[in-house]
Design a protein around this ligand. Structure first.
Ligand SMILES: Cc1cc2nc3c(=O)[nH]c(=O)nc-3n(C[C@H](O)[C@H](O)[C@H](O)COP(=O)(O)OP(=O)(O)OC[C@H]3O[C@@H](n4cnc5c(N)ncnc54)[C@H](O)[C@@H]3O)c2cc1C
Length: 407
């Protein structure tokens, strides 16, 4: 019997992680990425709780740890730079605000790509132009001109997923703006920053400076409230103008950080948003990662959801003998409440920034006990079956990782 052919769109975190598991379960995998090469950059992303166990099962614990940022912790500071609060990377068993496993998004993407490129076909600089589902397969026409047939297609193409629009409907139906915009870019490290992150907040706005692997540079990050967001997310100059306008008058190091805005080689700005869909699949097409269930950077768990989701999606599809209806249903059943807990945390953090004009449904503030229960559910609240009896060509390394969270 020939192997199941799966097309995955997006080669950031969710796509290569899914490719890893699909390949191990015996599928033939193609990943198509719109960008001409692997996209570097991005802020630090974290692995907490159950996500660390998925990384271990991938056999990537050592590679991920070797690429960590080694941030020691964070200080919140007042307008004069005096420390208000301290958070350490070893707080809460390594699963706290600054997680023990913190890695730049681009570095994690590189680790996942290096791990999979031997057994997976990667196509860069292309995208799906058209897709037609049939009872026994999916016909895909690529923008670059190729036409191919796959058994399954999975969209791991991020918050602005084109595959989701194509198959499930327009963006506005699923994307909930949390009323915040986030921007960041690298600057020369003329601030004497070492392994500590600094953050200054004033009502509804914040400026942050964080260390990155390269000690000669640092990452500046800003957030501000914005009820509506009508800047094209691909128009960098308009985004920079918006940032200058909205961050004007914010004290601390802000004016010095803004001096580097025009020269920075990297710049990222986007709305802080969540994706909420009733179903993450339609026929032979499924969604994973931010495309399916972005919890927003305010949850600190987008990468965790992508990695855990990749493990479960490939495991459930393979366990169901690659039957799309059964496999996608198993994946949704296992993931949904884990996703919901993380989305709730993301909304709570956004609210704590004095956000108005959010699209999200308001929900009551939980008491301490409910909060602890919610945090535990967001970090560890998903079962990882071992899928004994399901094909697996790779071997895990080291003992299982378990951790429990404290808020
Ligand atoms: C450049 C970049 C920087 C980021 N920085 C941060 C950050 O600092 N903090 C944070 O919390 N999150 C950040 N994110 C989002 C973060 O990576 C995700 O929340 C999380 O890791 C889940 O990843 P994902 O793979 O589902 O989606 P994403 O990481 O958004 O990746 C989606 C991928 O799909 C590709 N793509 C888009 N459209 C198409 C298409 N039509 N066809 C093929 N490929 C397509 C994109 O180029 C991208 O590589 C960033 C994402 C990117 C791409």
């Amino acid at each position: 019997m020939s192997s199941t052919r799966v097309l995955v769109t997006g080669a950031s975190i969710a796509g290569p992680a899914l490719a890893h598991w699909l390949h191990r379960r015996g599928a033939e995998v193609t990943v198509v990425e719109r960008a001409p090469e692997l996209r570097p950059g991005g802020q630090a992303v974290d692995a907490r709780g159950v996500t660390k166990e998925v990384i271990r099962r991938m056999g990537l614990d050592a590679a991920v740890r070797a690429a960590r940022t080694e941030t020691a912790g964070a200080y919140t500071v007042d307008v004069n730079g005096n420390v208000l609060e301290t958070f350490r990377a070893d707080d809460d068993g390594g699963d706290g605000y600054i997680a023990e496993i913190e890695i730049l998004r681009g570095d994690l993407s590189q680790v996942l790509h290096d791990d999979t490129r031997g057994g997976v076909e990667y196509v860069f600089g292309d995208r799906i132009a058209e897709l037609v589902q049939h009872a026994d397969g999916v016909d895909v026409a690529f923008a670059g001109g190729d036409r191919r047939r796959f058994d399954l297609v999975v969209g791991a193409d991020g918050l602005h997923s084109a595959l989701r629009t194509m198959v499930f409907g327009p963006h506005e139906r699923f994307v909930r703006h949390l009323g915040l915009v986030l921007a960041f870019y690298s600057v020369p490290n003329e601030f004497g920053l070492d392994r500590w992150l600094l953050e200054h907040q004033e009502a509804g706005r914040s400026a942050m400076l964080r260390p990155i692997g390269d000690a000669t540079r640092a990452m500046a990050m800003f957030s501000f409230t914005a009820a509506g967001f009508d800047v094209d997310y691909r128009d960098i100059e308009a985004q920079k103008r918006l940032l200058r306008e909205r961050i004007a008058g914010l004290g601390w190091l802000t004016p010095r950080l803004l001096e580097h805005l025009d020269q920075t080689p990297d710049f990222y700005l986007d709305q802080v948003a969540q994706v909420v869909l009733d179903r993450w699949s339609s026929g032979r097409v499924g969604l994973l990662g931010d495309a399916a269930f972005s919890s927003s950077p305010m949850s600190g768990q987008g990468t965790g959801l992508a990695l855990v989701g990749a493990y479960l999606l490939a495991g459930e599809l393979a366990a169901a003998g690659w039957d799309p209806a059964a496999g996608f249903a198993g994946y949704e059943g296992r993931m949904r409440s884990f996703v919901e807990a993380n989305q709730e945390i993301g909304r709570m953090h956004a609210r704590s920034r004095d956000v108005s004009g959010s699209d999200a449904e308001p929900s009551p503030e939980p008491d301490m006990e409910s909060l602890m229960e919610l945090v535990e559910r967001a970090i560890n609240g998903v079962e990882l079956p071992d899928y004994a009896g399901v094909p697996d060509s790779g071997a895990p390394t080291g003992p299982p990782i378990t951790s429990s969270a404290r808020p």
